[in-house]
Design a protein around this ligand. Structure first.
Ligand SMILES: [Zn+2]
Ligand SMILES: [Zn+2]
Length: 309
């Protein structure tokens, strides 16, 4: 493919849990002889002491149609983001006001509460994955030839051989004087530019960097930013401008994080007037694919990541 360079793209496997939220599967069986309606049932999910807000959609699910006598129905209740879990935390699910008995005409005669405690512990999963490489064409970087300034001609002038530098010659047959077509009457000619071989452009394959006086190498990876509670603003370094940009998404959110060896570029996370600067590394310098900051006490506490301010 002329004008294109084939370069290598590395695809490193990335792992994440699905679904992104903790889910509880609650099954309710109707042992009464009349249909059971679950409307007015409330629930709470408590994660390590913090009550996690309800989602109205979940309650609507509980209110969807009655359960017929002798039948069982399963409900999925969404809990907090799975990234908020950590070892030795507990999750508490509380169902409040579930009808457990009805009279002959269907009036509720008894309501009960149901609660479950779950301990969190992490299980390490290992998987052998390969890094895949693909090869993609990209236009070759070109610039104007610096030797001939894009003309394709060697700047050095040489005397026109055809007219001997005079710019004209006398025809032997008719004795008239003609302008020299070789040098267009100037008496001088140029060789083809040796730098660009007469094309006027210099091209650099992608794999070969054009000469530069100052090279900055940015490196980075995808980082998921989690906060307690969610909805914090993220600022991160833009590798194209070298300036901090406010990300359009709020936490939890995945961003492309970039940094260079010469400058410090922590991710700035801001919530409720509080700000913290965090690098996606562990204390002993291992790369992290996510960081977590707890703002629930009013002061930012970095639960996962390296605090830099
Ligand atoms: Zn040239
Ligand atoms: Zn000439």
């Amino acid at each position: 493919m002329p004008g294109y360079d084939i370069y290598e793209v590395t695809n490193t496997p990335y792992f994440d849990a699905t679904p992104e939220k903790i889910q509880f599967k609650v099954s309710v069986k109707n042992n009464e002889f009349l249909p059971l309606k679950l409307c007015d049932v409330c629930y709470a999910v408590i994660l390590n002491g913090d009550q996690w807000s309800f989602q109205s959609g979940n309650l609507e699910k509980l209110n969807e149609g009655p359960i017929l006598s002798g039948f069982e129905k399963e409900y999925i209740i969404d809990g907090p983001d799975i990234h908020l879990l950590s070892d030795s935390r507990f999750v508490y699910l509380f169902l409040n006001g579930v009808p457990t008995s009805i009279d002959n005409v269907g009036n509720i005669t008894q309501k009960d509460n149901f609660e479950w405690y779950f301990d969190c512990s992490f299980v390490k999963m290992e998987s052998n994955e390969q890094i895949h490489y693909s090869y993609e064409p990209t236009p070759v970087y070109t610039e104007k030839c610096p030797n001939c300034n894009g003309t394709g001609l060697d700047p050095e002038t040489i005397e026109c051989e055809r007219c001997g530098g005079k710019g004209s010659f006398v025809n032997r047959f008719d004795g008239k004087t003609y302008k020299c077509p070789e040098c267009n009457g100037t008496g001088i000619v140029h060789d083809v530019c040796k730098t660009c071989n007469g094309t006027g452009v210099k091209s650099y394959p992608k794999s070969q960097m054009p000469p530069a006086t100052n090279i900055i190498t940015w490196s980075g990876w995808v980082v998921k930013v989690n906060t307690i509670p969610s909805g914090a603003t993220i600022k991160s370094m833009n590798s194209k401008t070298g300036q901090y940009d406010i990300q359009s998404c709020t936490t939890p959110c995945k961003i492309d994080w970039f940094c260079t060896d010469s400058i410090s570029c922590p991710i700035i996370v801001e919530y409720n007037g509080q700000s913290v600067q965090v690098l996606p590394y562990t204390a002993d310098g291992k790369e992290l694919s996510s960081i977590t900051i707890d703002f629930s006490s009013g002061k930012p506490i970095v639960k996962k990541g390296q605090k830099t301010n």
